[in-house]
Design a protein around this ligand. Structure first.
Ligand code: XIL
Length: 328
């Protein structure tokens, strides 16, 4: 069951992470993205290593190309991401001290966010802040930011984003909060504590992004996930599904069967979410199995291509596509 759409209300906007290179080289992909997405998000083009590869040197070409593509096709574009442990260029490891780290973080956010002010209405400001298996709200993932600034790096990043674009929706994006098990429970608990800490300190934050990198074959902890979402709602924060895909690493090879199990996994997740809250958007991490990060990390042992996304490699809609349609 899910909260049904009010009569006449628009469906939840659907979108996908996209790649500037593929948009430029693959007209079929470009047409599919333009036809199907109401929102796009750069898969890598706005990360530090892409956009700020050297100290004092920004490269905006690819991010700009995506912003232009979005504008030309009247698609919304989200920003991803400003403070993350990953995709950091080598020069960020040379910060001499906390003051320098803070200055560079704030500078970066001011430069990038003001450049796209008015065109990028929503930012994943902080990505994946929780430690892998957190003990409390301050057990955050080690990163250059955490190591240099401690948990303060979150308020610093959110405030810098709000000051660079007071109208932007600011999102804290996190993963691995939906399944059974002590680690997932610890992550849900730590996330709630972290959100309360940010709220108590008046940190500008508007939404929580659930990445939803799902794994077919596991079972969603429906009660745990719904309790988390209820807490998020109680804190008056919106919810976005930001990076949905379904890892099919351990599923049988037969494609029909595999696609059905992938779709069923997403249905289990969306059903739990949508009974508690109407997400502001549902984005998948890629649109087509032709372009997906999944094989880099979760290659199948049988050598068959992964099928984690709504469209297959030939752009044919799969059962996962229908599931997303159903819950919008
Ligand atoms: C991934 C990209 O898809 C890959 O191409 C890249 O090599 C590594 O990053 N969570 C996130 C995304 O927030 O930024 C990650 O994207 C996938 C996991």
């Amino acid at each position: 069951p899910h909260l049904s759409r009010a009569a006449g209300a628009a469906p939840i906007p659907y979108g996908a992470a996209v790649r500037a290179g593929a948009l430029a080289s693959d007209p079929t992909y470009r047409a599919a993205v333009a036809a199907m997405c109401e929102i796009i998000v750069p898969e890598g083009e706005m990360k530090w290593s892409d956009i700020h590869p050297k100290r004092g040197e920004y490269r905006f070409e690819n991010a700009d190309a995506l912003v232009d593509f979005a504008r030309q096709n009247r698609i919304e574009i989200r920003g991803h991401t400003l403070a993350w442990y990953g995709a950091l260029p080598a020069w960020t490891s040379e910060f001499a001290n906390g003051a320098e780290a803070e200055r560079e973080l704030v500078d970066h956010i001011e430069t990038v966010v003001s450049r796209y002010r008015g065109t990028v209405p929503s930012w994943d400001v902080v990505n994946e802040p929780l430690a892998d298996w957190p003990q409390d709200r301050f057990s955050l993932r080690p990163s250059i930011w955490m190591n240099r600034l401690g948990p303060e790096y979150l308020p610093i990043a959110f405030k810098a984003t709000a000051s660079a674009d007071p109208d932007a929706k600011l999102v804290l994006n996190e993963y691995d909060v939906e399944y059974h098990g002590a680690r997932f429970e610890a992550r849900r608990k730590a996330l709630i504590q972290l959100l309360r800490w940010l709220r108590d300190r008046d940190v500008p934050l508007h939404a929580v992004g659930l990445q939803a990198h799902l794994f077919a074959g596991r079972t969603i902890d429906r009660d745990g996930l719904q309790a988390l979402l209820a807490e998020i709602v109680a804190l008056k924060l919106d919810v976005l599904i930001t990076e949905l895909d379904v890892v099919d690493k351990d599923l049988p090879g037969k494609i029909g069967e595999r696609d059905a199990l992938v779709a069923a996994m997403a249905a289990q997740f969306l059903d739990a979410c949508c009974e508690v809250v109407r997400p502001k958007a549902i984005l998948t991490w890629g649109l087509t199995d032709r372009y997906t990060w999944v094989p880099t990390f979760f290659k199948r042992a049988d050598g068959m291509p992964n099928r984690p996304l709504p469209l297959d490699a030939e752009f044919k809609p799969k059962p996962l596509f229908d599931v997303i349609e159903e819950y919008r």
